[in-house]
Design a protein around this ligand. Structure first.
Ligand code: FAD
Length: 458
């Protein structure tokens, strides 16, 4: 039976869909394929542990986003000063690598310093064209030493492709660029200066990141779960759900990952199909561990650039909130990237992870692991290769012609944070309410570092 309700439809109850619904206030129906809302910002509860779908920390650059989330969670947020590190050549150094080589072998320090001095001299002489691929940018801005000892191996592991195959579209201040003086300081002494978009972060005091979702759920109505859209007929403006029901719409906001839309939309023109086919992504395999001891580390997270370590980052969630593990225990998440070009044997990855954690002294014996809860995130990061920009534009333009707005991290196919998608939900709601753009809204950034950081005193 076709229900004739030509209203606004939102597909996907992750933070972008929830924010769009919150800001629309009424006149919408929100459909979610899973049995619960939240998408990537959900938490899983097991035997006294709370695991997020990978570490999820709140970074605020917008006063509006901070006020909104703080209000939604009723003040249940604590600020933290980042303690993030890099483990390389057997030593821990502070993040970011480019401002902290102190403690690394002398020949590495020499390579990095010489490289950055040469690079900066070239920049001063105006010899460098900074357009081009990410590897080019790394080499020109940081020099050969930093490129080869950290930037290139780490980014290869994280993106699963060579930096030469990436554009710089996602950068936008995301990779901190310290002054030469700061780099020299960090080569001869411990440099504690804060850099980058995530030098401060916020996390719920009680519960996991799903507290933000719960906050939205207290304000947002008309959510229908277990409603997986299986066909979107953009011409007839109808959505078919897996349970056989059909819903008509006048305008639609979709937060479904862009590659999935290719399977849902009907009679796509060849050039749009081509655009969909060009989208590439990394997947993230997260190994969540509950460890039966609490004296592991006071670090928040650690990056691992070297190939012999299967993971690119480990995070210690109990250092954001003691509430995420039973007393005297530690919650750890370990992140591993993979993709179609760089497949992963997941069982082996768990074994390799545990072996590496032993080697690092994070656990002394497997018996300390109380819980091992791997989570597989199919769409982790959109790969910013040379095709991404035009492909996303073609798809978005095509959809808007039918009154369909594709938003959110996976609907925009962008490197967006929770704050970013919440702001995009607000902006899109304003468009649907025929207010054009959202008067007074913070602009939606293209990457984490796009706006001046909104900082609060900790
Ligand atoms: C590994 C990782 C770590 C991250 N860490 C951070 C962090 O520390 N800080 C931060 O700010 N951000 C972080 N993010 C980003 C953050 O998770 C996202 O920006 C945000 O949660 C995305 O929300 P969304 O609504 O756009 O997408 P999603 O959360 O993916 O929501 C989309 C929703 O659509 C639903 N859906 C999909 N298909 C259908 C269908 N056919 N029919 C109906 N519903 C459907 C899905 O089930 C889902 O609920 C991280 C992301 C990843 C991958």
């Amino acid at each position: 039976m076709i229900k004739r309700q030509p209203t606004s439809v939102i597909l996907g109850a992750g933070l972008s869909g929830l924010s769009a619904a919150y800001h629309l206030k009424s006149g919408y129906s929100l459909f979610e394929k899973e049995s619960e809302p939240g998408g990537m910002a959900r938490s899983v509860y097991k035997d006294g542990y709370t695991f997020d779908y990978d570490g999820h920390l709140l970074h605020f650059r917008s006063e509006y986003a901070f006020s909104l989330i703080n209000k939604l969670v009723d003040g249940n947020l604590a600020p933290h000063k980042r303690s993030s590190w890099i483990y390389s050549k057997g030593s821990y150094t502070r993040y970011p690598f480019q401002a902290n080589f102190y403690g690394l072998p002398k020949d590495v320090v020499k390579d990095c310093l010489l490289g950055i001095i040469r690079a900066r001299t070239n920049l001063l002489n105006g010899k460098v064209d900074l357009s081009g691929n990410f590897e080019n940018w790394i080499r020109k801005v940081f020099g050969k030493g930093i490129a080869e000892h950290f930037m290139l191996p780490y980014n290869r592991k994280f993106w699963t492709v060579e930096s030469a195959d990436l554009t710089c579209d996602w950068l936008d201040g995301f990779v901190p660029v310290p002054t030469l003086e700061d780099t020299v300081t960090g080569a001869i002494s411990t440099n504690t200066k804060a850099y980058g978009y995530n030098s401060r972060f916020w996390y719920p005091v009680k519960g996991g990141i799903s507290e933000v979702v719960e906050g939205f759920l207290r304000k947002v109505n008309n959510i229908h779960v277990n409603k997986k859209a299986v066909t979107i007929d953009q011409y007839r403006k109808e959505i078919v759900f897996e349970d056989g029901t059909i819903r008509r719409f006048k305008r639609m906001i979709t937060t479904i990952p862009m590659p999935e839309l290719l399977k849902l939309l009907v009679n796509l023109p060849v050039h749009v199909k081509k655009a969909f086919a060009a989208l590439r992504y990394t997947s993230i395999f997260v190994v969540n561990l509950g460890i039966g001891k609490d004296d592991i580390t006071d670090r928040h997270w650690v990056y691992y650039p070297e190939e012999d370590m299967v993971f690119y980052r480990t995070g210690f969630a109990t250092n954001f909130s003691l509430d995420v593990a039973p007393p005297g225990k530690t919650s750890v998440y370990i992140e591993i990237s993979y993709s179609d070009r760089c497949p992963l044997d997941k069982e082996k990855a768990v074994r390799d992870t545990i072996k590496a954690l032993k080697g690092l002294g994070i656990i002394s014996d497997e018996s300390e692991i109380e819980i091992c809860l791997p989570m597989d995130i199919k769409y982790g990061y959109a790969i910013y290769d040379i095709n991404r920009k035009w492909a996303v534009q073609v798809i978005k333009d095509y959809l808007q012609h039918f009154g369909i707005y594709s938003i959110g991290r996976y609907g925009s196919w962008s490197y967006m944070s929770m704050e970013d998608v919440i702001l995009e939900g607000r902006e899109t709601a304003a468009k649907l309410l025929n207010r054009g753009t959202c008067a007074g809204c913070d602009p939606i950034p293209q990457g984490y570092g796009a706006r001046a950081e909104f900082t609060r005193k900790l």
